[in-house]
Ligand binder design. Structure first.
Ligand code: FES
Length: 146
């Protein structure tokens, strides 16, 4: 079952919406469940993430994880934000049921995709930043945890 925190972030999502003049926007999806997540980042000239908003078309866990992810990256540097894993997002929500872990992976990848967009727009080479994946599968969770 869902933790109270997941329920809270699902019922009262933080930072839901869009940033019109975002520094970077990333959209990712999981073809299997059909869920889609979009992240908007506002990054200042020092590379600090000043604002984050999300829009998620998906399950409750996808909404809760994307909302939690926005809170985890706000105020961080781009490099710090890159290090936030789906595990950290799930832990911040007091855990997720096994069949919902892929939802947190979507949140990690959405941040990555938004950072990629920001780097591309500004011609930046950010260490550790990888091109966004087309489709986020559950199989990738196993690879990451090995
Ligand atoms: Fe796919 Fe939640 S069921 S993101």
């Amino acid at each position: 079952m869902y933790s109270q925190k997941v329920m809270d972030y699902f019922m009262n999502p933080r930072n839901m919406g869009e940033i019109e003049d975002a520094s970077g926007v990333g959209t990712v999806g999981n073809a299997k469940c059909g869920d889609i997540m979009r992240m908007f980042l506002k990054i200042d000239e020092n590379g600090i993430i000043q604002d984050v908003k999300f829009k998620t078309f998906g399950c409750g866990a996808a909404i809760a994880t994307s909302s939690m992810a926005t809170e985890l990256v706000i105020g961080k540097t781009v490099e710090e934000a890159l290090k936030i894993t789906n595990k950290a997002v799930a832990e911040a929500l007091d855990g997720l049921p096994a069949n919902k872990v892929h939802c947190s992976l979507l949140a990690e990848e959405a941040i990555n995709a938004a950072l990629w967009d920001y780097a591309k727009k500004n011609n930046l080479d950010i260490k550790g930043l990888k091109p966004p994946k087309e489709d986020i599968h559950e199989d990738e969770i196993d690879e990451e945890e090995e």
